[in-house]
Ligand binder design. Structure first.
Ligand code: ADP
Length: 222
């Protein structure tokens, strides 16, 4: 709880600081002002996502999270989520590639929850990359499943941590993880969401090279 509350305070403090500075007209240049607006924008996005994660997580823990399943075009959900974040991702220096197989069948899914799972994976790819900044997203069919994979060339995850990262509040041991803000809820939530879909989230990772997370969605009964 302390960690999560701290997580909420940091972006709020930044937003307040920059908003106050702007309001008082204490900004040396237009360029600086733009930079402050960007921080406010980015931090409020982060705050929204964090709050969404916390709310969803407490609903899940209380057994009160409701999913609304409907036949869903996963490729469209991926495209929509990515397009609304593309600017933010590329602005942070990432080369973003999205590859979607043609004519994928619909799968039973809760579009909002699925979108949130994808956002959490993309956020992690951003947070846990150093100099090499690439994000490759693929949507494809494998037998009776549709896969969404999010691949980065970041710090990677040691084998011994690859199971633990899906536990609530778990955070990795890499120094970059400690320098980076996080609540340790993101992947726990992704796992809950995927299990509710009768699917799974899988990870393949090599420390120092990068990680690939796969969301596996069953096609359901036809
Ligand atoms: P948080 O990012 O808030 O720590 P998550 O549940 O999203 O929480 O992730 C848990 C841990 O998994 C992270 O602290 C980090 O150690 C590791 N991790 C997740 N995604 C990646 C990634 N793409 N690359 C490297 N490590 C990752």
């Amino acid at each position: 709880m302390a960690n999560v509350s701290h997580e909420l305070k940091t972006p709020l403090a930044l937003i307040r600081l920059f908003a106050e500075t702007l309001e008082l007209g204490r900004v040396p240049s237009e360029e600086k002002a733009q930079q402050y607006y960007r921080v406010i924008n980015k931090e409020s996005h982060r705050l929204t996502q964090l709050i969404n994660n916390i709310l969803d997580f407490s609903r899940i823990e209380a057994g009160r999270k409701e999913y609304r399943f409907a036949p869903t075009d996963v490729a469209r959900v991926v495209r929509e989520v990515i397009e609304s974040y593309r600017f933010q991702i590329e602005q942070q220096g990432f080369a973003l590639r999205v590859e979607v197989e043609e004519d994928l069948p619909n799968v039973p899914a809760d579009e909002e929850a699925l979108g949130q799972a994808i956002i959490n994976l993309v956020n992690n790819a951003i947070k846990y990359s150093r100099e090499s900044k690439t994000i490759d997203i693929e949507v494809r069919r494998e037998g009776s499943k549709v896969l969404v994979s999010v691949k980065d060339s970041g710090i990677g995850i040691p084998r011994g941590e690859q199971k633990k990262i899906f536990e609530k509040f778990y955070r990795g041991e890499d120094s970059l993880v400690h320098e980076t803000k996080g609540s340790g809820l993101g992947l726990a939530l992704v796992r809950h969401i995927m299990e509710a879909h009768g699917g799974a989230v899988e990870v393949e990772s090599t420390p120092g090279k990068g990680s690939t997370f796969n969301l596996v969605l069953p096609l359901g009964k036809t």
